[in-house]
Design a protein around this ligand. Structure first.
Ligand SMILES: Nc1ncnc2c1ncn2[C@@H]1O[C@H](COP(=O)(O)OP(=O)(O)O)[C@@H](O)[C@H]1O
Ligand SMILES: [Mg+2]
Length: 270
């Protein structure tokens, strides 16, 4: 089963800017897909199609087998949670708790269940203490968490995040990645757009690389070991691969890189 299938997707903005020029790709249910590409390559435009916020100019999109279109929008938005690149586009209520409650209430859940979900989502992203604060007074990192809480509270099967780590401090990035690990362990599918190749290489099991609205490559995350492909798409080789270039090993994270160094270089004296 695929979480989504995109066939020949084209999209041109109303001002005439072509953003997607015939994309076909799919993501298996339960996968962690990193969507990579330089600025302007079409990542955000693609993600906005996954829950029907933009309607395909040409081509088709299926989410959990269902075609995205006017008849299916309600079901699609229940199953697909999209976290925008800019939290100011997502947060509009007078308090964080109200904002997080908006989605579950819209699903028609009763007041008790809405309260339970709001509490759980705020706890999960670590901002329970900010529940009564107005969102527009929060820091960028706090706003991002509030926006993520609002989407988690819908308990989506497919979680789509647009540049979720941009603007977060290092502990914020680590907490977000831990949160995504929990979410993934519950059997859900995650798509994360980023131009951070290091993050993608460590986190993802699948990678999709966009260049100028077209698919440059899609497949297992190991395709991020292809320097030529990345260069052509305006991206760099993951730094761990640069460091280990002449060794032939390809560590996926700092822990395995460190283990290799210990094995081959011994411990530092003293
Ligand atoms: N609202 C818009 N109106 C017109 N052009 C847009 C709009 N949003 C994005 N674009 C253009 O569409 C292309 C793809 O943009 P986008 O999907 O935002 O890329 P990315 O998220 O990879 O940076 C770019 O050329 C961008 O300038
Ligand atoms: Mg973008």
């Amino acid at each position: 089963m695929n979480a989504f299938e995109i066939f020949d997707l084209c999209y041109t903005y109303p001002d005439g800017t072509p953003a997607l020029r015939g994309l076909s790709l799919q993501a298996p249910a339960g996968s962690r897909t990193a969507l990579l590409g330089a600025n302007g390559s079409g990542k955000s435009t693609l993600l906005l199609h996954l829950n029907g916020l933009l309607a395909a100019g040409r081509g088709s999109i299926r989410v959990f087998g269902r075609a995205v279109g006017p008849d299916s929008l309600r079901e699609i938005r229940r199953r697909v949670g999209l976290v925008f690149q800019n939290p100011d586009d997502q947060l509009f209520s007078t308090s964080v708790a109200e904002d997080v409650a908006f989605g579950p209430r819209n699903l028609g859940l009763n007041a008790g269940e809405v309260r339970r979900r709001v509490r759980w989502a705020l706890d999960t992203v670590g901002i329970a203490a900010l529940a009564q604060r107005p969102p527009h007074h929060l820091s960028l990192g706090q706003k991002k968490r509030a926006a993520i809480a609002g989407v988690l509270a819908m308990e989506p099967d497919l979680l789509v995040l647009d540049e979720p780590t941009a603007g977060l401090d290092p502990p914020g990035v680590r907490q977000l990645m831990e949160l995504l690990a929990v979410f993934h362990a519950q059997g859900r599918t995650i798509v994360l757009a980023t131009h951070d190749v290091d993050l993608a290489y460590t986190w993802a099991d699948r990678a999709v690389v966009l260049a100028d609205g077209r698919l440059a490559a899609a497949g297992p995350a190991a395709l991020l070991e292809d320097e030529e492909l990345l260069r052509a798409a305006g991206l760099e080789l993951p730094v761990l691969l640069k460091v280990f270039r002449d060794t032939g090993v390809k560590p996926r994270d700092a822990g395995s890189a460190n283990a290799w160094i210990r094995r081959h270089c011994g411990r530092r004296p003293g």
